[in-house]
Design a protein. Structure first.
Length: 139
């Protein structure tokens, strides 16, 4: 009798587990794609010296940590000293999802006109958009 109950429950439980894991991986991949698109947009705006737009599109946590004039000055300094972004390659990523938010951390090896350097982006993903929470240059 227990074998019969086990058999009747095994397939539905297994199917639920498999479907849940597929949904998890789809969400993870979609989050990665959204975050990567935000990095491309950041690089395009940096190349076009659209520092105000970068700041305005950033998450409030970024704005709380960085006063607007200082952030704009840093953005312009990055553009002046490093040059334009020529190419960037994703080195690694991490997606952390909680019931209240999804955070993506992406690390790139980025070739600028004057130097190649690592960049780290921390982005919050909301729907189909990602906003910068943190940005770091690393040598």
């Amino acid at each position: 009798m227990y074998k019969q109950i086990f058999r009747s429950l095994f397939i539905p439980i297994l199917a639920t587990i498999l479907l849940s894991s597929c949904a998890f991986w789809n969400g993870l991949l979609k989050g990665k794609e959204i975050a990567e698109s935000a990095v491309v947009e950041f690089h395009n705006r940096l190349n076009a010296q659209q520092c105000s737009e970068i700041y305005e599109q950033a998450d409030n946590r970024f704005k709380q940590q960085h006063e607007k004039n200082a952030a704009l000055k840093a953005c312009k300094t990055i553009h002046e000293r490093l040059g334009k972004v020529k190419s960037s390659n994703l080195l690694g990523f991490n997606i952390e999802s909680t019931p209240t938010e999804t955070l993506a951390t992406l690390t790139y090896n980025t070739e600028f006109t004057h130097v190649t350097i690592s960049e780290e982006f921390v982005l919050v993903i909301e729907g189909d958009k990602a906003r910068i929470v943190g940005y770091n240059l690393m040598q």
